[in-house]
Design a protein around this ligand. Structure first.
Ligand code: 4AD
Length: 587
């Protein structure tokens, strides 16, 4: 109310309502004399006396009513006319026009005030009715449910249409109308629209239900009427239910903790809640489907799964990205890659693969680097480089075919990456030297802003620009020895280059790194020396060459990078359950 008065008072001031040139309005004989001092008065503490004048005429009228004789002391200089009618303290009776204007403003203010009071009263009535309803709801109980109900998960809904079922889950969305509540229930297998009406919508829990509360709902699954849409094409008409765990509302409500436009580090702190969201859970679902499809492709290709250790005492991809720790008084590391172990498995189980966490102490904050990532690695014996490439092509394309053959996965991929087209075979083959030429031809410089030269590592930005421009999967082959790991086989007759490959995908860049491996023990021992690596800790790796060596090769794929490409995510962080990057290991 004060705000309205202030605004109106300011408006009155703008209109310069006060004593004036015009003749003073005739006050009624019994009207009280009220004083307004435009500069020294106060609308808050004034009472209209000369000792305590108001600041504005409107405030005077709001306090004293319209039947008053107003005397104004103007803020500026008095003109001759005002001087003539001013009393000894400088107060001039209000002009007739002035009086009229104040009256008008006063009437408008009173009207507005009345409206506000009515609205407040309505609100109060509503709140009273609600609290009465809430109080009464405590007496509404549904009692025991003794009728038959089959316990199902949401994804089994179609087989149970028109049957009575019980379903457990979390309140994903909630719309409460007068006597009807609509819940979108989530149970991890899908989403289901549920309707509560009649008595089931009148219990205390129904009236105070919040998002993310866990519930048990029982009722009949009904096909939604023609023209209406609902997940699965049906909805649950609830006839009995129970709230199992009520989630907080108010400040602590999930909608106040998780929002798309929130600061990324806050969202990362609240990842445990964020993964309940439709997009985050869809990515995790696809992740699970992709892993299943990879395993199925590996199975089809005859590779055996093994589980190498994560705690190791050797490096694979250079010392700079090793996480080290104290292992019973000795230094040990978190593995960067299981490749060396897979190589030793070849003479035991033949072609093999693993799905294992790899760790990289990368100080890079790029959108494709994690400190811990899921590494899908394969190793194949008695192959050549071209066979390795064909195998990788088959692994990627076969896995995508298998994934998309699953209707749920196809739907989720479409949801996350509308219009996704599986890659076609054969992938574009590009030699490292041709890539350097391509970058220079297209004016893409290296990190120092200079043209690329043979021997340069192609930095992430340049690699991404090229991949995005070509917009197809690329096998980038034949990297220089100097920029690659010690174990890579050299190209015969061109020993400064290696039989190596990176698979580059549009939008992400490198998702796979692979190579043929040195098969000769002596050559390998030389390579340790060149790299400055002590050979002793690698005795078991060297032995693989000593006890029946073979031409072999393999690769590693970052699962999160594969997913970022497949589901069109901005960063690999969205593709990991609880991503770790520089400085973050929570939650
Ligand atoms: O190219 P990289 O370093 O190759 C190896 O580790 C080989 N020893 C693998 C092998 O031949 N068995 O890494 C392989 C892949 C990369 O192409 C990338 O997809 C992923 O692992 N990767 C990362 N993903 C997320 N964050 C990081 N910091 C990554 N570093 C590598």
């Amino acid at each position: 109310m004060e705000g309205v008065r202030d605004k109106l008072a300011q408006a009155a001031e703008k209109l310069h309502i006060g004593g004036g040139q015009e003749a003073a309005a005739e006050p009624s004989p019994d009207a009280a004399k009220i004083y307004v001092d435009e500069s020294a008065g106060s609308d808050d503490s004034g009472d209209g006396s000369k000792a305590k004048p108001y600041k504005t005429s409107l405030a005077a009228m709001l306090a004293k009513g319209q039947n008053i004789s107003l005397f104004i002391k103007k803020a500026g200089e008095l003109d001759e006319k005002d001087k003539a009618s001013a009393d000894e303290d400088g107060y001039v009776p209000i002009s007739a026009t002035g009086q009229k204007r104040v009256k008008k403003l006063h009437e408008a203010a009173v009207k507005k005030q009345k409206k506000l009071e009515e609205a407040a009263a309505k609100e109060k009535d509503k709140a009273n009715a609600e609290s009465k309803k809430l109080e009464e709801s405590k007496g509404v109980t549904l009692g025991e449910d003794s009728k038959d109900a089959r316990k199902i998960k949401i994804h089994q809904g179609a087989e149970h249409r028109d049957k009575r079922v019980k379903i457990f889950g979390w309140v994903h969305r909630l719309r409460q109308q007068k006597d009807m509540h609509f819940i979108v229930l989530r149970d991890g297998t899908g989403f289901l629209q549920c309707i509560l009406q009649g008595q089931v919508a009148q219990t205390y829990d129904a009236l105070t239900l919040t998002l993310e509360s866990s519930v048990e709902l029982r009722g009949t699954l009904k096909k939604v009427p023609e023209g209406k849409e609902a997940p699965g094409g049906h909805e649950l008409v609830v006839d009995w239910w129970e709230c199992l765990g009520k989630a907080p509302g108010g400040d602590e409500a999930i909608s106040n903790l998780i929002a798309e436009d929130m600061e990324p580090s806050l969202l990362a702190d609240r990842r445990h809640l964020a993964i309940r969201g439709q997009t985050a859970s869809a990515v995790l679902k696809v992740r699970s489907g992709v892993l299943k499809a990879f395993r199925s492709t590996f199975d089809k290709l005859g590779l055996t799964e093994v589980t190498p250790p994560c705690m190791v005492q050797t490096s694979v991809e250079g010392g700079s990205t090793l996480f080290s720790f104290d292992y019973y008084g000795q230094q040990a590391y978190l593995t960067q890659s299981s490749q060396l172990y897979l190589e030793t498995v070849l003479p035991s189980l033949g072609d093999c693969f693993c799905v294992q966490e790899s760790f990289r102490a990368e100080k890079s904050h790029t959108r494709r680097h994690l400190s811990e990532y899921t590494h899908i690695e394969g190793e194949l014996a008695f192959i050549n480089f071209e066979e390795l490439l064909e195998h990788i092509e088959e692994l990627i394309c076969g896995t995508i075919e298998r994934l998309l053959a699953d209707t749920e996965m196809k739907m989720l991929v479409e949801q996350l990456n509308p219009g996704f087209q599986p890659p076609t075979r054969p992938f574009k083959r590009m030699d490292y030297k041709a890539a350097i030429q391509w970058l220079n031809d297209h004016g893409i410089t290296n990190e120092d802003g200079e043209p690329h030269k043979i021997g340069d590592d192609i930095a992430e930005a340049a690699e991404r620009k090229m991949t995005d421009a070509l917009n197809v999967p690329i096998f980038l082959c034949g990297f220089p020895r100097e920029i690659k790991a010690f174990y890579m086989k050299r190209i015969k007759g061109n020993e400064e280059f290696t039989e190596s490959v990176d698979v580059l995908m549009p939008g992400v860049g490198e998702i796979v790194g692979g190579s043929m491996r040195m098969s000769d023990a002596k050559e390998l021992l030389e390579a340790y020396k060149t790299e400055g690596i002590p050979s002793d800790p690698y005795y078991w790796y060297t032995d693989q060459r000593k006890y029946g060596t073979c031409e072999h090769g393999g690769y590693g794929m970052g699962l999160e990078r594969f997913l970022a490409w497949l589901t069109n995510r901005w960063t690999v962080r969205e593709c990991s359950l609880y991503p770790r990057w520089t400085g973050r290991a929570t939650p």
